[in-house]
Design a protein around this ligand. Structure first.
Ligand code: NAD
Length: 333
């Protein structure tokens, strides 16, 4: 069988996912949910989507009566994910949700509960969790190639443009760079070290109070402590370019991903040399793997379910708290 997917939110990332899905064998774009009729008709023509599989934000609950759609992929601004995923679950469809899944741990938990109650799967668009260089470094770490892991560094950022975009609007973004790009460093620390953090410290700096309003973080440096004693030191920013690098250091070796989370090609390197793994479009691999998870009950090496996203949300909540209190925040995740 093939996973029949409707995309909600036909913006820039939705478009990228739709294009990438054209190369999938097991996932197929069959429907759209959008508030913009002109986009719907463009997508209908381009992807041969029947009228009966097109919905808007008012009527998409009716998708429950549509047997030709299995899953809805929510690719809208961050703060809309919570209500939209819950409506998808109530309509009895599997939900795939973009990161950040919710804008805090409370929202994330509610999304998990709604999907459980509706007996549908909840997956999060963590495309790096399927990326081959990343998985090879995780395999090597598990095999002991790097020895005891001591340190991770994650640098994630870009200089954001248009000050009027939703990413700089607290109501729609739920925060700033941390919600959008810093979350990759949190992920990276967790899957490369292979443990869950037990404390966090964080420092926020803001150079532009006009562009980055109250509640929209421009730059945050944060540190995570892990049970083994390993530590992570990370930077999340909307105000610097050329930051897309992970570095993992162990007693017997190191690994570097540089770039680490861009659309690719990702470049992996260890103390033994370059990984030289051929590039495959991340979203194609992701959707192919997600079809396997939903249709065959496959378990990915690095989880992409709601519980995984809840852990990230708890860490983000703790980072924001630490920036306000300047205290070390203990974590239980
Ligand atoms: P975008 O602005 O390009 O697209 C957002 C879409 O949502 C637009 O089509 C817009 O019309 C629609 N929308 C619906 N309701 C809206 C409302 N009330 N206000 C504003 N827009 C509304 O944004 P994007 O870059 O496509 O990001 C969408 C989501 O995808 C975000 O959660 C983002 O974090 C995520 N994303 C993930 C990745 C990744 O690599 N996994 C990359 C980019 C974006």
């Amino acid at each position: 069988p093939v996973l029949r997917v409707a995309i909600m939110g036909l913006g820039s990332y939705g478009t990228r996912v739709a294009e990438a899905m054209q190369s999938c064998k097991r996932a197929k774009l069959v429907g759209v949910i959008s508030g913009t009729p002109s986009k719907v008709s463009d997508w209908q023509k381009k992807y041969n989507i029947p009228e009966k599989n097109c919905y808007n934000y008012d009527n998409f609950d009716l998708i429950k009566d549509n047997p030709d759609i299995d899953a809805v992929y929510v690719i809208t601004p961050n703060s809309l994910h919570h209500d939209q995923v819950i409506r998808v679950a109530k309509a009895g469809k599997h939900a795939i949700c973009e990161k950040p899944m919710g804008i805090n741990a409370k929202e994330a938990q509610e999304m998990i509960d709604a999907c459980k109650q509706a007996n549908v799967k909840l997956l999060v668009g963590y495309r790096m969790h399927f990326e081959a260089n990343t998985l090879e470094i995780i395999r090597m770490r598990k095999a002991g190639d790097f020895g005891k892991i001591m340190f991770f560094q994650g640098l994630c950022g870009f200089r954001i443009g248009d000050p009027t975009q939703w990413r700089l609007n607290k109501q729609l973004a739920g925060g700033g760079s941390m919600m959008d790009i810093g979350i990759y460093a949190i992920n990276g620390a967790r899957y490369l070290i292979g443990e869950e953090p037990i404390w966090v410290t964080a420092q926020e700096t803001k150079t532009d109070h006009v562009k980055f309003k109250e509640g929209v973080d421009e730059t945050i440096q944060f540190q995570l402590g892990f049970p083994s004693g390993a530590v992570a030191s990370c930077l999340s920013t909307y105000n610097m370019n050329y930051l897309d690098r992970f570095f993992l250091n162990g007693e017997k070796g190191f690994a570097e991903l540089n770039p680490s989370t861009g659309y690719g090609p990702i470049k992996g390197r260890t103390n033994k040399g370059e990984l030289n793994i051929p590039h495959v479009t991340h979203q194609t691999v992701q959707m192919e793997e997600m079809a396997g998870i939903i249709l065959d009950g496959k378990s990915p090496v690095v989880p992409v379910d709601g519980e995984e996203a809840l852990k990230d949300s708890k860490i983000i909540d703790a980072i924001y708290l630490a920036t306000k209190t300047n205290q070390k925040v203990p974590l239980k995740i």
